[in-house]
Design a protein. Structure first.
Length: 145
């Protein structure tokens, strides 16, 4: 059975993606997790279809709610977008909730398509982002530990 908490390496990648997006986004009032999920929507919808993307995001949200109760009001809309993410109570909760949500999404991707393809999708969405690759040791290809 799959663990419910994402691996520390996956959490670090999620945290770096969120920090990168927050620092490089022109949308100051939009949570970084929303920006990250929207950037992943196109490549994941191409891979899984729009309903597949919605299902992955909905499952990620369900898993993340167990670790981040601040996500309780968040829902995945029928079009695959997130609703209620901006209603998280405080900035610390928002950051932790975002990390858990994106980490769960990345962890599911690793489960279904493997480390290499997941990292490839991330780097396709953020071509100038190398933080995910820095997280890995040179010969470490298992992000689930």
């Amino acid at each position: 059975m799959r663990q419910t908490s994402p691996s520390p390496k996956i959490q670090e990648i999620a945290q770096r993606l969120l920090a990168y997006e927050a620092a490089n986004s022109s949308k100051a009032n939009i949570p970084a997790a929303l920006c990250v999920s929207e950037k992943l929507r196109r490549p994941l919808s191409t891979l899984t279809g729009s309903s597949g993307y919605r299902s992955l995001l909905a499952r990620s949200l369900t898993l993340a709610k167990a670790q981040a109760p601040g996500l309780s009001a968040v829902q995945v809309k029928p079009d695959g977008s997130l609703e209620g993410l901006s209603h998280v109570d405080n900035q610390d909760q928002d950051a932790q909730a975002g990390v858990m949500l994106i980490a769960q999404l990345l962890e599911l991707l690793v489960t279904f398509i493997g480390n290499g393809l997941m990292l490839s999708l991330v780097l396709d969405a953020w071509p100038d982002f190398s933080g995910a690759m820095d997280t890995l040791e040179k010969n470490d290809h298992d992000l689930t530990r």
